[in-house]
Ligand binder design. Structure first.
Ligand SMILES: NC(=O)c1ccc[n+]([C@@H]2O[C@H](COP(=O)([O-])OP(=O)(O)OC[C@H]3O[C@@H](n4cnc5c(N)ncnc54)[C@H](O)[C@@H]3O)[C@@H](O)[C@H]2O)c1
Ligand SMILES: O=C(O)[C@H](O)CO
Length: 433
């Protein structure tokens, strides 16, 4: 029997029970849930990382939806527990969802939300900060001052790297990687080389236009190149920032061999996920190459660091704070709450439970053709009614980059969710907008 977990309750008589496994910034997300008749329970347990047992205890016997955190293990056990409690809605308060087993969620017909877009610039700004801090040895110099060691200007004191005219390399030029690339190109007039599975045409156009602008002002233009392999980026770039998703293809993308291909004085920044770098190999590389520097926001075994990393002067290390600006964190909370809310309302409003039950069977047994038809018909009806009825907004937000309507405090947000990662797998209706 799991130990009870301490909670704070808002709107105790609310019809739908929504749990947040952590207090989240701002109150807008709470108000949005309350306005739609939710009883909101916020876990106030002092423990930073909740165990699966803690979350099972929070879910209890009746729970309509959960807002969870990237530190939690959302797999088969939790989705089964949520489904048993009648819940079909979960949202991570994060864009990355490598802590979520989406196949398990699909099996139980649970919608999985994430919070893209609203954290793009904030995260890119931290990657830029780490790049600068590493290039200009800010942390070492700060420690030196505080230790009372400064006794006068010296030509060799904390000499670092000039970024202007150097090459910035981006691995994973999606939303955050592209925003970071633009900051480094525009801010420091760096050339760009990037590697991604997809071409980033908008980014390429931006660098081209900026290069033309510089040229028209009589300045050295900047250039871009899309690399055909990651190694090409590692070989050519002076500053390399990692922004891919974490999956099987990116686990230990940076390892002993790839580190060896980088320039001896290169700077490596990681604001994606810790396991993208083999941290043991990184520590060894930092020891062997004192002019090689890293800026790390994420770690392989968070909250721990691999032995030796904390002692390395050529590493700038911060505790997974890349999305930590007030605006972004409140936005993430709002988006996560809306992800859960719309599914809860859809279920309740259209007595959707039956459909989801059928749907669950569909996932288990794809040959159950009549269930598929019933599900599709019900969803089609639901989709139409949703536009006319109580929900007013759009069933599922189609474009995760268009987040402004959810964040403008002066107008009510659309009563819909911006991002359900398994919407397609669950056959959920998607807005055309
Ligand atoms: N440190 C933090 O606090 C923080 C904050 C936000 C996001 N993140 C991490 O950043 C990641 C990226 O977020 P985003 O919003 O930019 O996502 P995104 O989906 O827009 O971008 C990810 C990019 O990675 C690319 N990619 C996937 N596999 C690749 C591979 N093998 N090689 C090269 N590129 C590959 C994709 O094509 C995509 O363009 C998230 O998944 C999350 O893990 C961390
Ligand atoms: O994936 C994410 O969103 C981050 O790691 C936290 O903002």
């Amino acid at each position: 029997m799991a130990k009870p977990v301490s909670i704070e309750v808002w709107n105790p008589n609310g019809k739908y029970r929504v749990i947040s496994t952590k207090p989240m910034p701002g109150t807008r997300w709470i108000n949005l849930l309350i306005e739609q008749d939710c009883r909101v329970e916020i876990c106030t347990e002092k423990k930073t990382i909740l165990s699966v047992e803690d979350i099972i205890s929070l879910i209890g016997n009746k729970c309509d939806g959960v807002i969870g955190q990237l530190t939690e293990d959302w797999g088969e056990t939790l989705f089964a527990a949520l489904s048993r409690a009648g819940g079909k809605a979960f949202s991570n308060m994060a864009v990355g969802y490598n802590n979520v087993d989406v196949n398990a969620a699909n099996k139980y017909g649970v919608a999985v939300g994430n919070t893209p877009g609203v954290l793009t610039e904030t995260t890119a700004e931290l990657a830029a900060s780490l790049s600068l801090a590493a290039a200009r040895r800010i942390v070492e110099a700060d420690e030196f001052m505080r230790a009372g060691l400064y006794d006068g200007w010296l030509p060799h004191l904390f000499v670092g790297n000039l970024l202007k005219g150097q090459t910035v390399g981006v691995i994973g030029a999606g939303r955050i990687g592209s925003a970071y690339a633009r900051m480094m190109v525009e801010g420091f007039k760096m050339n760009l080389i990037y590697y991604d599975l997809y071409q980033s045409t908008r980014l390429e156009k931006f660098v081209t236009a900026y290069g033309e602008f510089l040229k028209s002002n009589g300045e050295q233009p900047v250039h871009w190149k899309r690399a055909s392999s990651m190694d090409e980026v590692l070989r050519e770039a002076d500053v390399i920032s990692l922004h891919p998703v974490l999956d099987k293809t990116t686990y230990h993308l940076i390892n002993k061999e790839s580190l060896a291909t980088m320039k001896k004085e290169a700077i490596l920044v990681n604001c994606s996920r810790g396991p993208v770098i083999d941290e043991v190999a990184l520590v060894e590389h930092l020891k062997q190459n004192p002019m090689f520097r890293v800026g790390l926001d994420v770690f392989e075994d968070e909250p721990f660091m691999k032995p030796g990393l904390a002692e390395m002067k050529n590493a700038v290390i911060v505790p997974h704070i890349a999305s930590a600006s007030k605006w972004t964190r409140e936005g993430m909370a709002t988006l996560a709450a809306l992800n859960v809310l719309v599914i809860v309302l859809l279920l309740a409003f259209f007595k959707f439970r039956y459909v989801w039950h059928l749907f669950g069977k569909r996932i288990d047994n794809i040959s159950c053709f009549s269930s598929v038809i019933a599900t599709v018909l019900s969803i089609a009806t639901l989709s139409q009614s949703a536009l006319q009825g109580k929900i007013k907004g759009y069933p599922i937000w189609g474009d995760p980059n268009r987040v402004e309507p959810f964040l403008n405090e002066s107008v009510p947000p659309p009563a819909a969710c911006p991002s359900i990662v398994n919407a397609k797998a669950l056959g959920l209706p998607v807005s055309k907008l």
